[in-house]
Design a protein around this ligand. Structure first.
Ligand code: URA
Length: 272
């Protein structure tokens, strides 16, 4: 027996972590390094879900980081009052920073407007800019697999099943460079308003720019993950960006732990 139950096996396989089906498939005398991993394609850390969920982790307080400029804060006023249609139009016509000059499309976000789960990424890449939808490139395929592993989807469904996916930036930075602080500040009111309208039960913050926008923190993902953070009363789980996971396979196991923490957090806070 591999020790994984059906659900765990399905999750690991959907995330691209290879699972030994049974003892007969395991090497008889594993080689010291790579083959020493008994169950999945990784050397650290074990992605086993704890048998009993730990007590609710403390809500972490992010260190202060001056992210919002005065101009961006002034712009936040009207945006904070907008409904979905007005917000979509405002994003589509936004010229608040120079990113508008190079875009083909703005990338508003996609999913259920009452979703229980909200996924926050970084910024559109080339394919997202072309299609006007977030996470449609290779990182998006991994994200879809991660979501499928926990029975979630971007495809039409109920608010329990269908997530809402948004980025911190709605326009593609040239040559996929990192977002600038001023761009993040200008775009933040749109993400804030999307979250206020969706009112998700949980937010998955993927990568450092999502973390900067939501938690005003410059800390590394590795130091922030594993705890429940807070964005305006909504629990936030910090995890690695899918594009990073495509290059760093061992951290997929950590991302799996983050998904488990998110699932446990939603479950523990479910109204009874
Ligand atoms: N990476 C992101 O963070 N968002 C996208 O939409 C695509 C890639």
């Amino acid at each position: 027996m591999s020790g994984w139950d059906e659900r765990q096996r399905a999750m690991l396989e959907a995330m691209g972590l290879r699972v030994w089906q049974n003892a007969a498939q395991a090497p008889e005398s594993p080689e010291p390094a790579a083959a020493a991993s008994t169950s999945v394609d990784r050397s650290e850390p074990p992605p086993a879900r704890p048998a009993a969920p730990p007590p609710p982790p403390p809500v972490a307080t992010p260190p202060a980081m001056p992210l919002r400029s005065a101009a961006a804060s002034a712009a936040a006023g009207p945006v904070a009052q907008m409904g979905w249609d007005e917000l979509r139009s405002a994003v589509a016509g936004c010229r608040a920073c120079t990113l508008c000059e190079g875009r083909k499309n703005t990338v508003f976000g996609v999913g259920n407007e009452q979703a229980q789960w909200m996924i926050v990424g970084e910024a559109p890449g080339e394919q997202e800019d072309q299609q006007g939808e977030p996470f449609v490139g290779p990182a998006g395929k991994l994200l879809d697999n991660m979501l499928r592993a926990i029975q979630l989807t971007r495809a039409p469904g109920t608010p329990e099943q269908q997530v809402f996916i948004a980025n911190t930036l709605k326009c593609r930075p040239p040559r996929n460079r990192n977002p600038e602080p001023e761009e993040l500040a200008q775009c933040a009111p749109y993400l804030d308003r999307q979250i206020a309208l969706v009112q998700p039960r949980i937010i998955l913050a993927m990568g450092r720019f999502a973390v900067q926008s939501l938690l005003q923190s410059n800390e590394a993902i590795g130091r922030l993950r594993g705890r429940v953070h807070d964005y305006r009363g909504i629990p936030v789980i910090v995890t690695y960006h899918p594009a990073y996971l495509l290059r760093n396979l061992v951290d997929k196991a950590r991302a799996w732990e983050d998904l488990c923490l998110a699932l446990d957090t939603v479950e523990q806070r479910r109204p009874r």
